[in-house]
Write a protein that binds this ligand. Sequence first.
Ligand code: ZN
Length: 290
Amino acid sequence: MPLPDVRGREKILEVHARKTPLEKDVDFAVIARGTPGFSGADIENLVNESVLYAARFDKDKVSMSDFEYAKDKVMMGAERKSMVISEEEKRNTAYHETGHALVARMLPGTDPIHKVTIIPRGRALGLTQQLPVDEKHTYPREFLLNSIMILLGGRAAEELTLKDFTTGAGNDIERATNLARKMVCEWGMSDQMGPLSYGKKEEQIFLGREFATHKDYSEDTAKKIDQEVSRIVMTGYDGAKKLLSDHLDLLNRIAAELLEKEVINGQELDELIGIAKPQSAVNTVLDLNA
Ligand code: ZN
């Protein structure tokens, strides 16, 4: 069954929460926007978790903050506040997450930052969450290039401030590389390689799932593809590093704030950056490219 879209999720929320006493601040449209990729079962789980969380504080109504807590739990696993983390690790995580958030906030046309946190959850030590304004079905090339920059913003911040790397960026790097490879091989977005599809997919029909990719190109082409993927990823990395080194004071300031508060939401981030209107960030980047 396909995953529900934003309207579908709102409807499912309404159904599962119809017997739940709710505070006035609960807005299903906002929750639906913040849960892309949630299945019907995930949403049911989300409602149950929010009820349990409200009950923990003897509240007789469920509020938006209970839903927010439950959403993070369903999305990323339970908070692990008791997990022992060294001060150094916390500091590294703060810089890493700030790197993602600052790159995301400074680039035009990216999804708004919902929150940045260094409270460990599941296997992650920290997290930067963006909240799409609307459901996307196609992705323009620039959006994808920006996504690669945001993914690599964590590692770039580490390189700039810690002069060392942690393994924390492993998943980011994998995702950035996969995106770049899809741009070249599937979406024909590389000028070098042209609007061609490289690698035939064999679908496992009964599962409807990607099964294996068969090489239908020469060794020479394979080399060119690798070069192009590497060029896209490195361009993204250099772009993230340039953006962050141009705003090193902000990077330090936000990371320090994050270390202290452990969670910063989108609005607080904007205040720290000193952005009143999103347009100012666009201009910064356009100047940068000039
Ligand atoms: Zn990261």
